[in-house]
Design a binder for this molecule. Structure first.
Ligand SMILES: [Zn+2]
Length: 815
C-alpha cells in the first residue's frame, strides 16, 4: 500500500511538472507559427526551460554575433545524464582515440543557419518542448544538443523585415511585398557570408565560436535544418551523389535508416518528400559534410519555404503553405532523428570508434614549405580545427608535388612543416589537404577543389610514408628601429604585410614602394618592398615609436639602413621609389551586385585588412561625388549593361583623372563593349566537331561540358606588374566559372595559357576550351588612372588566402 501510494505520488509529480512546463505557445503568448518569434524571445524561452526544467536542460552562451546577439546551446537529456554531462562528454571523446567506453548517443541539432529560412528556430522550440514532455523516454540514453539559431543576425534581419511589410492578416498572394525580401536578405550573417559554406574556413565569428563547442563534443549525429524554394517537397537523407570517398559504409547506411524512419511519419501524414537528389556530400565546408569528416552522420534537411514563404503563401499547384505546416515537418524529422539515434545508441558508439581508428589513407603526410607569414596563416586555421602539425627543419621529401602535379621531391632548408593523417582529425586532414578529391559524379552542388596547399600558396608534397616532426627553434623577427637610420625596409609578399601597411597608412606614416628589385648594404629586396624613410616622416610626431609599435604588433622583420645609396637598383630618392597613396575607398552595394560578393569585400576591409571603406548604395550611387574617393570597387554580380552611356562616360572621366576601378567578376560585363573600357569578352566560334543531336535525357550531362564547378588552375604570373608584386612565376587560381576575357593589350598580370587543364576539381571540356588563353587578373592604364580586372575572385568565401595579396596590390601597389 505504501509502495503503491509512493508510486502514485511519483507519477503525479511527473505529470504535474510536465503540465507546469509551458509550451512555446503558452510562453510566447501566441500560437506557435502565427508570428515570427524574434531572437531575444527565443532565447527567453530557452532560458525559461533551463530554469523550469533545470535538471534536464542546461544552457550555455557560447558566443556573440557581430551585432551582439547571443549564441546559445541547450543540452537536453535525462536528469541522470545531465548530472553526469561532463563525464559523458569525456568518455565520448576518448572514443576518438579508441580508449573510451561510451554508451550514450550524442545528437546535435542546428537550426536556422540561413537566417531567412526562418521556420527552423520556431520548430526547435516545439521540438525541445516535446523532448521534455511526451518524448522524454528518448533522452534516457541520448544527449541532445540544440543550437536554436546559428545565425541570429540574419534571422532577426528577416523577421523584423517581414513584420514591417506583412499584411494583416498575412497575404498568401505571392505578389505581395511580404514575399519579396529584396537585396539585403536575411540568408547570410552580418557580413553577408553564407555560414553554411564556412565550416571548414572559419572566417566568421559565428563559425569560429560554434566550432569550439562542436570540437568539445564531436556528436554522432548532426542535423542542419534548412529551407528551399516554396514549391519543393521536403528533402531528407540519404543525400545525393557525389559522396566523398572517405564517407564510410556505415555513414551511408545510417542515412538510409534515418530516412526510412522519417518517411514512415511523412507517409502517414500524406506529406511529400524526396531523397538522394540535389544535396550531395563533397565540399567540406557544409553543416552536413564537415561533421561527416569528423565522424558524425551529418545531414541537411530542407523544408520548402525560405524568405518567400512568410506566414503563408500560395504554391505553384495552388495549395497554401503555412508557417505551421513548415514547423510540423521540421519538428517531425527532428524528433524522428532523436528517436532513431536513441534506438541505435550502441551501434552509433561502436561505429564512431571504428571511424576514428581507420587512418588507412594513401597519403600519410603532407609536407609544406613557404613564407613564414603564409605558414602562420595556415597554422592558425589548423589550430581552430584541432588539427595537429609539426615543424620541419631541413630535408628532402618525395611524393606528389603540388606545383607540378606529378611525383617529385621538395627540399626544405627552413620554414617547413608537416601535417599527418595519423591523428584524431586524420580524415579531415585528408579531405582538406589531398591534391584533389575523387569525384564519383561531376554533377555537384558546389566547388570541387579546395586543397589547402594551393589555397595558402605553399610548396607541398603529399607523401605516402610517415614524415616525423623536427623541433625547430623559433627565431623572433628583429625590428631594430632606432632614431639613427635613414630608412626602414621590409618585404611585401603576404596578407600580414598588407595589414602592416594598412596600419601605417592609418597612422599617417608615409611609405614608399620599390618598383624594381634592389640590393642595399648586402641585402636583396624584391619589387613591392616597403621603404619607410626618416625624411618622409620628419614632421610626424612620435614616428619612431609608432613604427616600432606597429612592427611589433605584426611581427615584422624590419631592416634599418643608414643610407639611401643602393648597391644595385634605384636609390631611395629615385622617381621609381614612389610614395604609396593612402586610398579612400568606395564599394558599390545593392542593385546589380551579389550580396555574397559584396560581403566578401566588406569583410576583407574591416576584419582582414582593418582598413575603412565607404559602402555606396546603388540606388543613390548616381548622386555621389566620386572625386571624394580614389578607388571604386565593383563587386561581382549580374550587371549586364548596368551602366548607361552617361554613367559609363562619367566613370571614364573619373578614371582618366586618376581614379582607380577594381572590377570583379560579373561587374566586368558592365565595362566592356564599344562605349566602355578596353576589356573584351572572348568570342567562341561554334564547335564544328560533334554536331549530332543529343538525346533529351542527357541534357544535364551535356550542360556541364560548359561548366567549371570550382576548379584549380595553374596560371602564369608577370610579377613585374604591380598587381602581382610578391608572387612567384605561377599562381594557382580557383576558377569558379567559364566567363572568359581576351588578354589585354598590355598589363596581363595573371593569365591562362593554351590548353590549361585543372590541377584539381572538375572543368567541362567546352569550358576548358573557352578559358584557354584568357585573362585572370590585369591592369588597364586609362588616362592617369587604371581599371583593374579580376576575372577570378581571390576573396571567394574569404578562404583563398594566397589570392588576397592581389587585392591588396590593387589597392596599394598599382598606380
Ligand atoms: Zn539553407
Amino acid at each position: 500500500m505504501t509502495k503503491f501510494l509512493f508510486s502514485l505520488v511519483f507519477l503525479m509529480s511527473i505529470s504535474l511538472s510536465a503540465q507546469q512546463l509551458k509550451s512555446p505557445s503558452e510562453f510566447l503568448g501566441y500560437e506557435l507559427g502565427s508570428q515570427f518569434t524574434r531572437h531575444h524571445e527565443v532565447v527567453d524561452y530557452y532560458e525559461y526551460l533551463a530554469e523550469a526544467a533545470s535538471d534536464r536542460v542546461q544552457l550555455t552562451v557560447y558566443g556573440q554575433t557581430n551585432e551582439r546577439r547571443p549564441l546559445i546551446l541547450a543540452y537536453v537529456s535525462s536528469a541522470e545524464n545531465l548530472a553526469n554531462l561532463e563525464t559523458i562528454r569525456q568518455e565520448h571523446l576518448k572514443d576518438t582515440e579508441g580508449t573510451g567506453n561510451s554508451s550514450k548517443a550524442i545528437v546535435w541539432l542546428s537550426y536556422n543557419v540561413h537566417g531567412n529560412e526562418s521556420v527552423s528556430t520556431e520548430a526547435s522550440m516545439k521540438t525541445i518542448y516535446e523532448l521534455l514532455t511526451k518524448k522524454s523516454s528518448y533522452l534516457e540514453n541520448t544527449v541532445v544538443i540544440m543550437d536554436p539559431c546559428i545565425n541570429p543576425d540574419g534571422r532577426d534581419r528577416y523577421s523584423n523585415w517581414y513584420n514591417q511589410y506583412k499584411n494583416t492578416p498575412y497575404q498568401v498572394d505571392p505578389n505581395s511585398k511580404e514575399h519579396h525580401e529584396g537585396w539585403w536578405s536575411g540568408r547570410s550573417n552580418h557580413y553577408m557570408f553564407d555560414l553554411n559554406r564556412d565550416w571548414a574556413w572559419l572566417t566568421q565569428v559565428e563559425s569560429q565560436q560554434r566550432l569550439k563547442m562542436f570540437n568539445q563534443w564531436l556528436p554522432h549525429i548532426h542535423v542542419d535544418f534548412h529551407e528551399q524554394g516554396v514549391n519543393n517537397p521536403y528533402y531528407f537523407a540519404p543525400a545525393a551523389e557525389p559522396y566523398h570517398e572517405v564517407i564510410t559504409d556505415f555513414q551511408r547506411d545510417f542515412q538510409v535508416t534515418l530516412g526510412r524512419n522519417h518517411a514512415k511519419y511523412f507517409d502517414a501524414n500524406g506529406w511529400f518528400y524526396f531523397t538522394k537528389e540535389v544535396f550531395d556530400l563533397l565540399y567540406p565546408s557544409y553543416g552536413d559534410t564537415y561533421p561527416i569528416y569528423n565522424g558524425s552522420i551529418g545531414m541537411t534537411y530542407e523544408q520548402g519555404g525560405s524568405g518567400r514563404a512568410g506566414l503563408g503563401v500560395i504554391t505553384a499547384i495552388g495549395d497554401t503553405l503555412t508557417l505551421k505546416d513548415r514547423i510540423a515537418h521540421h519538428f517531425t524529422t527532428g524528433l524522428s532523428t532523436v528517436e532513431v539515434s536513441s534506438q541505435n545508441a550502441e551501434k552509433l558508439n561502436e561505429e564512431f570508434r571504428k571511424f576514428h581508428q581507420n587512418k588507412e589513407f594513401k597519403y600519410q603526410s603532407y609536407v609544406l614549405k613557404g613564407d613564414k607569414d603564409k605558414l602562420d596563416a595556415l597554422k592558425s586555421l589548423l589550430d581552430k580545427h584541432n588539427i595537429e602539425y609539426g615543424d620541419l627543419a631541413s630535408g628532402s621529401y618525395r611524393g606528389h608535388n603540388y606545383g607540378t602535379g606529378s611525383s617529385g621531391s621538395l627540399s626544405i632548408n627552413k620554414n617547413g612543416m608537416v601535417v599527418s593523417t595519423d591523428q584524431p582529425k586524420g580524415t579531415l586532414v585528408k579531405v582538406l589537404f589531398e591534391p584533389s578529391a575523387k569525384l564519383s559524379d561531376s554533377l555537384t552542388y558546389d566547388i570541387t577543389a579546395w586543397s589547402l596547399p594551393y589555397a595558402y600558396g605553399l610548396d607541398a608534397v603529399a607523401s605516402t610514408s610517415s614524415v616525423s616532426v623536427q623541433n625547430v627553434q623559433e627565431t623572433m623577427p628583429s625590428s631594430n628601429i632606432s632614431n639613427g637610420s635613414y630608412a626602414y625596409i621590409t618585404d611585401w609578399n603576404s596578407m600580414d604585410d598588407a595589414r602592416f601597411l594598412a596600419a601605417l597608412l592609418k597612422e599617417g606614416i608615409r611609405v614608399r614602394k620599390a618598383d624594381h628589385p634592389f640590393t642595399i648594404e648586402g641585402k636583396s629586396f624584391e619589387r613591392g618592398t616597403l621603404i619607410i624613410t626618416k625624411g618622409d616622416n620628419e614632421n610626424k610626431e612620435g614616428f619612431i615609436s609608432t613604427l616600432q609599435t606597429i612592427a611589433t604588433k605584426f611581427q615584422k622583420d624590419i631592416t634599418p639602413t643608414t643610407t639611401g645609396f643602393v648597391d644595385s637598383g634605384k636609390d631611395f630618392g629615385s622617381s621609381s621609389i614612389q610614395m604609396i597613396t593612402k586610398p579612400k575607398i568606395a564599394v558599390l552595394s545593392g542593385g546589380p551586385t551579389s550580396t555574397l560578393r559584396f560581403g566578401e569585400i566588406w569583410h576583407f576591409f574591416e576584419q582582414q585588412l582593418q582598413y575603412p571603406l565607404t559602402v555606396i548604395g546603388d540606388d543613390y550611387a548616381n548622386r555621389v561625388n566620386l572625386n571624394e574617393y580614389n578607388i571604386l570597387v565593383l563587386p561581382g554580380g549580374r550587371y549586364g549593361n548596368h551602366f548607361n552611356e552617361g554613367e559609363l562616360s562619367k566613370l571614364k572621366d573619373w578614371v582618366r583623372q586618376g581614379g582607380k576601378i577594381i572590377a570583379m567578376g560579373g561587374s566586368i560585363d558592365a565595362l566592356d563593349g564599344e562605349k566602355g573600357f578596353g576589356i573584351e569578352k572572348k568570342k567562341m566560334e561554334k564547335d564544328s566537331g560533334d554536331n549530332k543531336p543529343q538525346p533529351y535525357k542527357d541534357w544535364e550531362r551535356e550542360r556541364i561540358k560548359g561548366a567549371i564547378t570550382g576548379a584549380i588552375f595553374k596560371t602564369k604570373v608577370d610579377n613585374s606588374n604591380p598587381l602581382a608584386y610578391g608572387y612567384g612565376p605561377d599562381y594557382f587560381s580557383l576558377k569558379l566559372g567559364s566567363s572568359a576575357f581576351n588578354y589585354l593589350d598590355s598589363g596581363n598580370a595573371v593569365y591562362l595559357e593554351q590548353n590549361s587543364k585543372p590541377f584539381s576539381g572538375f572543368a567541362g571540356t567546352e569550358a576548358q576550351k573557352r578559358i584557354s588563353e584568357t585573362l585572370v587578373f590585369g591592369v588597364e592604364n586609362y588616362g592617369r588612372g587604371q581599371v583593374i580586372y579580376m576575372v577570378d575572385n581571390p576573396l571567394f568565401r574569404g578562404f583563398w588566402e594566397n589570392g588576397k595579396l592581389f587585392f591588396a596590390n590593387a589597392l596599394f601597389m598599382v598606380d
